[in-house]
Design a protein around this ligand. Structure first.
Ligand code: PMP
Length: 454
């Protein structure tokens, strides 16, 4: 039975979360899920039962505002009516096809649509199911196109956790247990994080210029091995880090000079999140390969690597057994969801809405920062914001515990918040782009109360 009424609701917490039903489910989960997956503690998790717009209803009847948009997926809102109808219609007709042999008709529609909405020059796509797989497809494409195995990637990068993606993802905890199985040779350059520059960039007045110089040096010394460069135009999970203007352009120029395949990973930042369809459009820089996921479908597992036909031409023409494909490639309900999600983002102009809400949010977040020395930096764009939490503003030690206390306190007030960043100390505000003004207002007041409480 569905219980969430239509409309943008403010939170309603009737049982302190996690309530008894969530706790009971967590006890079962502990026995049946691999222990690495879900952290179970006194304050987490709540189990989702229903979602709509920016709201989530848990199994104990509490209503929340989801400031994570379900890991950035629900750009047009959870259970968007048009998306849900499109999925249902598709399910009534064709739930599964032979993706790379006798494909579902709807796959063709989606591929054409992707060519329309992505920057000019990008028109050929490899579909997949997760963001990590889109990255895998890009890395393989770049390998074929460049003839070289090596990849240049960045500090703080998150590209997913499958082996190819993990090879270019940064972060000791993700990589260390599997380091001896990460086969792709990589070089890692410092990402010009203006808020917490990596050691090589500290003290530089022009961190982007300094980072570009290091990129050039690494590409030069690895010229026989490195054929690709992968970067997030704005780092998402790395802590919502916006690089200085000119950085992406500099990378494009460097790649052009050396014949390197430039990959932008916009799995997080795509589909209006930052105020443009794609974050790289703020700088009008077009990559050779663009990785998409999350809000591409808004609901079902679907991802894409969209490329220039010249780059995709590196793949052999299929002679029967495609050398890169998967069982669910072009999954019909996921394609239907994506077509509807893209229509919704376009017809409701959600990218412009994200830009507008983001501009209104910035001064409010800066006010919050003024009042609370535990907020080190406020950064972001559109509806992708990060509040860096530090032990105090002078020594600026990342405060992971504070972030954990804040997310727990926020949950009790009806806000679903996640902490990102290398030190898990960046509170991420990435709500659905359809979030209402009243829901934003509520969230800001609740956040202030949380900061006062913890
Ligand atoms: N790239 C980026 C930029 C991401 O943010 C993520 C997921 N957070 C991924 C890739 C991996 O996507 P998935 O979890 O769907 O594999």
């Amino acid at each position: 039975m569905k219980e969430l009424p239509a409309g943008n609701l403010l939170p309603r917490i009737t049982v302190t979360p996690p309530g008894p039903r969530s706790r009971a489910l967590a006890t079962v989960l502990r026995d049946y899920e691999s222990p690495n997956i879900t952290q179970i503690s006194d304050s987490s998790p709540i189990f989702w039962h229903e979602a709509r717009g920016a709201n989530v209803l848990d199994v104990d009847g509490n209503v929340y505002i989801d400031m994570s948009a379900g890991f950035g997926v629900a750009a047009a809102g959870h259970r968007n009516a048009k998306v849900t109808q499109a999925i249902q219609r598709q399910l009534d007709r064709l739930a599964h096809g032979l993706g790379d042999v006798h494909p579902p008709d709807i796959k063709v529609q989606l591929l054409k649509r992707l060519a329309q909405i992505t920057p000019a020059g990008l028109s050929q796509t490899i579909l997949a199911s997760s963001g990590s797989e889109a990255v895998e497809a890009a890395l393989k494409t770049a390998r074929l196109a460049s003839g070289k195995a090596g990849v240049l990637c960045f500090t703080g990068a998150y590209h997913g956790l499958t082996y190819g993606a993990l090879a270019v993802t940064d972060g000791h905890t993700f990589r260390a247990p599997f380091a001896d199985q990460l086969g792709i040779p990589i070089a890692r350059a410092p990402f010009p994080d203006p808020y917490r520059p990596p050691p090589q960039l500290r003290g530089h007045t022009d961190p982007a210029g300094a980072a570009l110089e290091i990129v050039a040096q690494l590409l030069e010394s690895g010229r026989d091995q490195i054929g690709a460069l992968i970067v997030e135009p704005i780092q998402g999970r790395g802590g919502n880090v916006v690089p200085p203007a000119g950085f992406l352009r500099g990378l494009r120029d460097e790649c052009d000079r050396r014949g390197i395949v430039l990959i932008f990973d916009e799995v997080y930042t795509g589909f209006g999140r930052t105020g443009r369809w794609f974050a790289s459009e703020h700088e009008e820089v077009v990559p050779d390969l663009l990785c998409l996921g999350k809000a591409l479908s808004g609901a079902l597992p679907l991802s894409a690597c969209v490329g220039r036909p010249e780059t995709m031409a590196a793949w052999p023409t299929s002679s029967g057994a495609a050398i890169h494909t998967s069982t669910f490639l072009g999954h019909p309900p996921a394609c239907a969801a994506a077509l509807a999600e893209i229509d919704e983002i376009e017809s409701c102009d959600l990218a412009a809405r994200a830009a507008r809400l983001g501009e209104a949010l910035l001064p409010r977040l800066l006010e919050l920062q003024q009042r609370h020395p535990s907020i080190g930096h406020v950064r972001g764009r559109g509806l992708l914001w990060g509040l860096e939490l530090v032990s105090d503003r002078k020594d600026r030690q990342p405060d992971r515990q504070l972030a954990a206390r804040l997310t727990a306190s926020a949950l009790r007030r009806g806000l679903i918040l996640l902490a990102d960043g290398r030190d898990d100390n960046v509170l991420s505000l990435t709500p659905p782009l359809t979030i209402s003004d009243a829901q934003i207002e509520f969230s800001l007041v609740a956040l202030e109360d949380c900061l006062a409480e913890v």
